[in-house]
Design a protein around this ligand. Structure first.
Ligand code: AMP
Ligand code: ZN
Length: 482
């Protein structure tokens, strides 16, 4: 029995898919909100994708056939997450002197590289917002026809007072705002109303003819389409409703994201989707991961308070050690970033790899085979209890200590953990120092053998810049992370 915490009911529920059918189909529809591709993902963002990967692997371990859809937001996400600010893509394009399309392509690839490094299984369907403009226009048109919208000088808005259960996911009542939240009302009728479609630049009817380029105050956008009588672009939320319904149907099983998506993005997705289908419950289970914090605040691009996977790599922390670090904490608990904790995770993972080496052939088969009743059943119980990865890891360590787990069982568990235990080789365990640092160390050894002390000091500084410290000992150079 698989139990998952559903944000909608605020409790753990037994998971049963919507589609039962005659042959008790085990098909699951899963939609995960993907990245806004205007910059590199930070490791806080990547916490979401590792959690969703664990969820998908657990479903598959329970023999469900998962159809996983993930979007790429490449238009319409404004800098304040609501309806004000600049389009993040346009901002990225200005920052780098490129087109928004080039920015999207580059950072989509960078994101996919991150997923690969973290051993995250890619979705069955990737969908880009800009590839689904007609679907989004159609959905907005349906909402207009059903009377859920109104128009202002900057776009088409969803009137949230037209539905009686607006805000049910976040428990928002009567247009109350969340603590600390401020809303730019502009011409909005109600604080929670949100844009479905935005004009490229504010229009004052009727003096601005159709399709006219933006005014000097708002330079011409790179991503805009003719619709509803003006040039414009979709609001951020409509893409997820349009694309999930296209690929998974009007009702599907699971939808995920980070907790920051609960009060605005997911709340608005539910409002517009259920308005369009005459209140058919849209998604059965909503799952959200907690934040990765840095200091006292959540890691965020907007505050510049963030770290990327590449930074971890240059400090000698492997992406899989980051994955291991995440698995040690339940996805619904806040997690604090620190270099010490990551180094401890790297050490822990290296220790695990050593254990795998000890178990792997020819020693394999030595321990008891308890899959299915002993350790296997206990492991399943843990992961089926709302993805208890810390409990599952503790169990693995306990079984290793007691010798009650064999190589095959460990590899079976790794179908969920995703730590690439089958690929463990001697070098993987030993190669903690990044390649770049290793090269500088070798050059420094040459410089020292030539008594070129100035060059040796320069190389020491270079190594330091990468986060490593060199000590000269009787046995040669000793390198430690700072
Ligand atoms: P974005 O690209 O901004 O849409 O964010 C991608 C995902 O990362 C979303 O599911 C966010 O909820 C999530 N997220 C953003 N910041 C953090 C954080 N500090 N810790 C965990 N998840 C986060
Ligand atoms: Zn979304």
């Amino acid at each position: 029995m698989l139990n998952l915490y559903n944000t909608l009911s605020r409790k753990k529920e037994e998971f049963t898919p919507i589609k039962k059918g005659l042959f008790k189909s085990k098909k699951v529809g899963l939609y995960t909100c993907g990245p806004t591709v205007y910059n590199y993902a930070h490791i806080g963002n990547l916490r979401s994708y590792v959690f969703e990967d664990i969820l998908k692997r657990v479903l598959e371990y329970n023999k469900y056939k998962v159809k996983h859809v993930e979007n790429i937001t490449d238009v319409g996400h404004l800098t304040d997450d609501a309806d004000a600010g600049e389009d993040k893509m346009e901002k990225g394009a200005k920052r780098e002197g490129k087109t928004a399309w080039e920015i999207a392509e580059f950072y989509t690839q960078a994101f996919k590289d991150n997923l690969h490094d973290l051993n995250i299984i890619e979705p069955n369907i990737w969908c880009k917002a800009t590839d689904h403009i007609p679907e989004q226009i159609k959905l907005v048109q349906k909402l207009i026809d059903k009377g859920f919208t109104y128009e202002t000088s900057d776009g088409i808005y969803f009137d949230t007072t037209k539905i009686d259960d607006y805000g049910k996911l976040a428990n928002l009542k009567n247009q109350e705002l969340q603590a600390g939240e401020r809303v730019e009302m502009g011409e909005k009728k109600n604080p929670h109303d949100f844009t479905l479609w935005k004009w490229s630049s504010p229009v004052r009817h009727p003096e601005r003819p159709e399709g006219v380029e933006g005014s000097p105050a708002s330079p011409k956008r790179q991503m805009e389409w003719q619709a509803f009588g003006h040039m414009g672009f979709p609001g951020w939320h409509i893409e997820c409703s349009a694309m999930s319904m296209k690929y998974l149907g009007e009702q599907f099983d699971i939808h995920c994201g980070g907790i920051d998506h609960i009060p605005v993005h997911h709340t608005n997705e539910i409002a517009q989707s259920e308005a369009v289908t005459n209140k058919k419950p849209w998604v059965k289970y909503w799952l959200h991961n907690e934040f990765l914090n840095m200091g006292t605040e959540k890691m965020a691009k907007s505050t510049g308070n963030f770290i990327t996977l590449q930074t971890l790599k240059t400090r000698g922390i492997s992406p899989l050690a980051y994955r291991y670090f995440l698995l040690q904490t339940h996805y619904r608990k806040q997690l604090n970033f620190s270099w010490e904790a990551l180094e401890a995770a790297q050490t822990g993972l290296n220790r695990l790899y050593k254990e795998v080496q000890k178990l792997s052939p020819p020693a394999r088969g030595g321990a008891h085979d308890e899959v299915g009743e002993g350790v296997g059943a206990k492991f399943l119980k843990k992961i089926n209890d709302d993805l208890d990865t810390p409990g599952a890891l503790a169990l693995v360590w306990e079984a290793l200590k007691q010798g009650t787990i064999n190589y095959d069982t460990l590899l079976k568990f790794d179908k969920i953990l995703g730590l690439r235990l089958a690929d463990v080789k001697e070098e993987v365990v030993e190669s903690r120092i990044p390649e770049e640092v290793g090269k500088l160390r070798d050059l420094r050894a040459i410089a020292r053998s030539q008594k070129n002390w100035a060059e040796s000091d320069r190389l020491r500084d270079e190594i330091k810049k990468l986060g490593w410290e060199v000590k000269d000992t009787e046995d040669g150079q000793e390198i430690n992370s700072l």
